[in-house]
Design a protein around this ligand. Structure first.
Ligand SMILES: C[S@@+](CC[C@H](N)C(=O)[O-])C[C@H]1O[C@@H](n2cnc3c(N)ncnc32)[C@H](O)[C@@H]1O
Length: 257
């Protein structure tokens, strides 16, 4: 069950029931396939090769669902405002847009809220497009052309690390390490925001086309816990077209802060 809050967020008020229309034996087979794929170095190589061929456009970033852009940004706007209203909110100094693509989120959201935004993206074509689009902008800090599995900024760098629709490209181990590194590069009161698809089948689903996995919320939360992070906010993105994965927005911080 869920309830819609004044700010448009949807909060679960009960643990959602695990619903699955996948037979148990298929479930085990699919799980093993997804685990095996993530351990293969080709998991990263195939993803990089896939994105190299995708047009550097908003439609390309959204897998052909460009109609998702407006509700996505509107809901992220409300979400970030609610983060700034939290007790001990993050500052407005510097943000990282992780898996930034062409800078869709930086352009429509992050640059309004932060003095500087760094874009971290492994596909050179997208970085090139972003450099042209943001030419002369004082809001853009660095363009980092690197996989998130290697991204390791120094301590005390970011107020907000925003990761959206990219973390399914990291295997579970790299995702935990990514979370740990991001937590240790935050400024005081800094937060990590995750906005990712989650499965309703309760199992990890492998996408062999773009070489990514979609995790169930329970698995995402368990990786977050293993990385010694706590969840400050956990909301569902409303207003998405039917037939798409549920999208979760999570706001995280180190558990000792
Ligand atoms: C679905 S697009 C989303 C782009 C952007 N976050 C947005 O919402 O507009 C996924 C992006 O993740 C990038 N990506 C894939 N694997 C990555 C990795 N290991 N490290 C960094 N970026 C990666 C792709 O090149 C692509 O730009």
């Amino acid at each position: 069950m869920s309830e819609v809050m004044d700010n448009g967020e949807v909060h679960d008020v009960e643990e959602p029931e695990m619903q699955s229309d996948i037979e148990e034996e298929d479930e085990e087979e699919l799980l093993q396939k997804a685990l095996k794929a993530q351990e293969d170095p080709a998991f990263y190589e195939d993803a990089a090769a896939y994105w190299e061929k995708i047009p550097a456009t908003v439609n390309g970033m959204l897998g052909g669902f460009s109609q998702v852009h407006t509700p996505d940004i509107s809901s992220s706007e409300l979400y970030i405002q609610s983060i700034f209203k939290m007790k001990n909110p993050p500052g407005h100094g510097r943000a990282a847009d992780c898996g930034a693509g062409i800078g869709r989120i930086t352009k429509s959201l992050l640059q309004k809220h932060f003095g500087k935004v760094d874009l971290i993206e492994q596909c050179p074509n997208f970085i090139q497009q972003a450099k042209e689009a943001f030419k002369g902008s004082k809001k853009i800090g660095e363009f980092v052309c690197q996989g998130l599995q290697h991204f390791s900024p120094p301590p005390n760098t970011y107020d907000v690390v925003w990761s959206q629709w990219v973390l399914g490209h990291l295997n579970d181990r790299d995702l935990e390490q990514f979370f740990r590194r991001m937590a240790s590069c935050l400024k005081p009161n800094g937060v990590i925001v995750v906005k990712e698809n989650v499965t309703s089948s309760g199992i990890v689903e492998l996408d062999e086309v773009d070489s990514s996995v979609t995790r169930p919320l329970q698995l995402l939360l368990s990786i977050i816990e293993q990385a010694d992070l706590k969840v400050l906010k956990n909301s569902r993105q409303p207003n998405l077209p039917k037939g798409l994965y549920e999208v979760r927005m999570l706001c995280l911080r180190h558990k000792d802060q």
